[in-house]
Design a protein around this ligand. Structure first.
Ligand SMILES: [Zn+2]
Length: 276
């Protein structure tokens, strides 16, 4: 299955792939009107919200040394503390209003060092666990469970592209085994405009496929590729290296790249139709 991911409503409706992912809430804090269409997946940023973090710095996730998760940091966007109760409620309320399939982005803590704000310290101290990594995964899993109760279609979680055992838990608080009870798919972004090299794309996709197989779950794997600065035959070539592992390929697509992505999908479908 092929899909495009875009913040452009016309492109989302253009029928380029089998379905479209459309940004309803983006990491910069912007929001778009949801498109009501069964072939559109609503993409919602959970805690990535540069606008909120810039307007209210105290709401940012914070490391022990006081570093706040702002847009100038590694991620390139600001991240609100995942235990901020009002923010969490707001995200859940907006998700409840959406109809159909939902993909969560910026799920989890913005890095291993986060969050050590006073509220998180207090909650961890009150928790049953004395393992902070385990406590963080509980925060994220409980949130995804709450989302799942509000989504009437499929639910997909975006995972940081690190399939090494234990790393997603340490980095973000994402425990795929625990999440598999609540999500229908995991989406892994492997974006690099142009793909001068692509061996890593295959390696990481393979790693996630192996992880999901080990979990013996029905959770599907979607791989996100970049449609920018590349020729269709090269993008088709990169796609073919991950197709053995992925149930869906999602192309990040700007309006300028729409033709490239359309041609890539046509090429792939033609090749798949050739017998033998
Ligand atoms: Zn916190």
């Amino acid at each position: 299955m092929y899909a495009v991911l875009t913040d452009d409503p016309d492109l989302a409706r253009a029928g380029i792939g089998d379905r479209s992912y459309h940004f309803v809430e983006y990491v910069d804090g912007s929001r778009n009107e949801p498109i009501e269409d069964p072939n559109v997946v609503h993409s919602v940023a959970c805690w990535g919200d540069t606008e909120t973090v810039e307007a209210e710095p105290d709401r940012a996730a914070v490391a022990a040394d006081g570093t706040r998760a702002t847009a100038t940091g590694e991620g390139g966007w600001g991240t609100v503390c995942p235990t901020d109760p009002d923010y969490r409620d707001g995200v859940l309320e907006r998700i409840e209003e959406l109809e159909g399939d939902v993909r969560l982005t910026t799920l989890g803590f913005p890095g291993e060092a986060y969050c050590q704000c006073k509220r998180c310290d207090r909650r961890f101290a009150d928790a049953e666990s004395d393992d902070r990594t385990a406590w963080r995964t509980t925060v994220v899993t409980d949130f995804v469970a709450a989302v799942a109760r509000r989504v009437d279609g499929d639910l997909l979680a975006t995972a940081y592209p690190d399939p090494y055992p234990g790393q997603l838990e340490q980095r973000a608080g994402i425990d795929l085994a625990a999440l598999s009870a609540f999500v229908d798919g995991v989406l892994v972004p492997l974006c690099s405009p142009g793909y001068e090299t692509s061996y890593w794309v295959e390696s990481i996709a393979r790693g996630f496929d192996a992880t999901l197989r080990e979990l013996e779950t029905d959770v599907e794997l979607a791989i996100q590729l970049s449609g920018a600065r590349i020729e269709p035959d090269r993008l088709a070539e990169v796609t073919r290296t991950v197709e053995p592992y992925a149930d869906e390929i999602v192309y990040g697509t700007y309006p300028d790249d729409a033709e490239t992505v359309r041609e890539t999908i046509e090429l792939l479908r033609e090749q798949a139709a050739v017998p033998g």
